[in-house]
Design a binder for this molecule. Structure first.
Ligand SMILES: CC(C)=CCC/C(C)=C/CC/C(C)=C/CC/C(C)=C/[C@@H]1[C@@H](COP(=O)(O)OP(=O)(O)O)[C@]1(C)CC/C=C(\C)CC/C=C(\C)CCC=C(C)C
Ligand code: MN
Length: 424
């Protein structure tokens, strides 16, 4: 999916040339009752097939509709399928892209309305008690990040102190959220407990943190234009982990990856900042952040196939396993067959595509954030190489990047992050 803003058709009735109702699934939920002025110009290469909407160039001259530029045309999305009733099933990629658009427009508005202060100059919010507590809270977040996520921690050491502390605070909240369903007390976790965690999140966003670690995130979201939605969506991903142990196809898996990892990318962009020299749209940068999160999660899933299977979870898409002549039993048997190797090659290839999409936009970030993000990207992507080096045995062997190699990658990441943002 490119960065061209897309309008997603949720339901489209009528015949070519005289569309009667098109609902736009963006934050405004436009419903054009009087569509007389809308003409759907059929692209000569495509034709209308009842029940499936192909890509159309939608030309309109809507007058008086806020936010829609008159006369502009947008390519409608070709993966929008309509059933005979004209109702449209929306792919996960589209649902997530809708979130990305909202996040991007929200940050653009926040940055426009707020003083264009460099984040390093903004004062910390004053929390009850003394400021020393906040500094102590951030230090504790840094210790937790160093303890549980050496790769990410290494990346944050390359950041400015303000951004470093903000990412530590976000990391700790993400870690605590993940530990609710993956940690030692996971067996006692219930949807109600996740609801309580979500209301605690709302409190900290309103400046009422529950404990010192929440206080660090509360101060962070007061300082950076970070929105609550990605945090809520991550909790939704944890709700899925409570009951869902199989994924029918990549569309289902993509949505899960957005929830637990793409959200991290969306949380991080306002902290990383976008370079003033960047020619990329905010949507493009958010898309790249999403892609990095998806890439990380797909890599994490490929790295942890054996471990996850031992806990009764198989994230790999069932339809793709079947197409490769594989089943859950093959995974539980733990045998690295030729079929398994061939299947893994295609899974690794797809994960790399998401890393490559993210890498194209790292240089559009604020200069001080490029190196840490590039380092984190290269180090996580390296896990895929290690799975290959293990001859695709991710069923009983956990691929990892050794400390020496991690350090070796830092100068590589530095060189890769040099240079101006790419011309779009
Ligand atoms: C320097 C840098 C990239 C910092 C980001 C650090 C951060 C906030 C990480 C949060 C990670 C976390 C604990 C998320 C909770 C859910 C979860 C576990 C997600 C999976 C992470 C892997 O964690 P781990 O390696 O510990 O695996 P196990 O739990 O042991 O199985 C994930 C794979 C998701 C990680 C996703 C990211 C780090 C996304 C980072 C994206 C950006 C920083 C956006 C950069 C912007 C552009 C334009 C590319
Ligand atoms: Mn994992």
């Amino acid at each position: 999916m490119g960065c061209v803003p897309n309008i997603e058709v949720s339901s489209c009735y009528g015949f070519l040339g005289s569309v009667r109702e098109v609902k736009f699934l963006d934050s405004s939920k436009f419903i054009f009752q009087d569509l007389g002025s809308i003409r759907v110009k059929q692209d000569k290469k495509l034709r209308w097939r009842f029940g499936s909407l192909s890509t159309y160039m939608l030309k309109y001259s809507c007058v008086g509709q806020p936010g829609l530029e008159i006369g502009r045309s947008f390519p409608l999305l070709s993966n929008v399928l309509a059933n005979p009733a004209g109702e449209v099933a929306v792919s996960s990629e589209q649902k997530v892209y809708d979130v990305v658009l909202k996040q991007a427009s929200l940050v653009k508005r926040k940055l426009r309305s707020a003083e264009e202060l460099d984040v390093d100059e903004k004062p910390d919010i004053v929390l009850p008690g003394n400021l020393g507590l906040l500094s102590e809270a951030y230090d504790r977040c840094g210790e937790i990040c160093a303890e549980y996520a050496k790769t990410f921690y290494l990346g944050t050491l390359l950041m400015t102190p303000e951004r470093q502390r903000a990412i530590w605070a976000i990391y700790v909240w993400c870690r605590r959220t993940d530990d609710l369903v993956d940690g030692p007390n996971a067996s006692h976790m219930t949807p109600t407990a996740l609801d309580r965690w979500e209301s605690r999140l709302e409190d900290l966003f309103q400046g009422r943190p529950f404990d010192m670690l929440d206080a660090a995130l509360s101060a962070t979201v007061a300082k950076f234009p970070v929105d609550i939605q990605p945090f809520k969506d991550m909790i939704e991903g944890m709700r899925m982990d409570l009951w869902k142990t199989r994924y029918k196809n990549f569309d289902e898996l993509y949505l899960y990856c957005y929830y637990v990892a793409g959200t991290v990318g969306l949380m991080s962009v306002p902290v990383m900042g976008i370079s003033p020299d960047s020619q990329a749209t905010t949507e493009c940068v958010y898309n790249a952040a999403l892609a990095l999160g998806i890439a990380n999660q797909l890599t994490n899933i490929l790295r942890d196939v054996g471990e996850d299977a031992n806990r009764g979870r198989i994230y790999l898409p069932q339809d793709e396993l079947a197409q490769a002549g594989l089943s859950d039993e093959d995974i539980f048997a733990g045998k690295v067959t030729d079929k398994w190797k061939s299947f893994m090659k295609s899974q690794i290839k797809r994960a790399r595509k998401f890393f490559d999409e993210a890498e194209k936009t790292v240089k559009d970030l604020n200069e001080a954030s490029r190196w840490p993000v590039m380092a984190s990207l290269l180090l996580y992507r390296r896990i895929l190489d290690e799975i290959e080096a293990n001859n695709y045995n991710n069923l009983s062997k956990r691929a990892y990047v050794g400390k020496a190699k991690k350090l070796l990658y830092l100068p590589v990441a530095y060189v890769r992050s040099l240079g101006p943002p790419p011309r779009k």
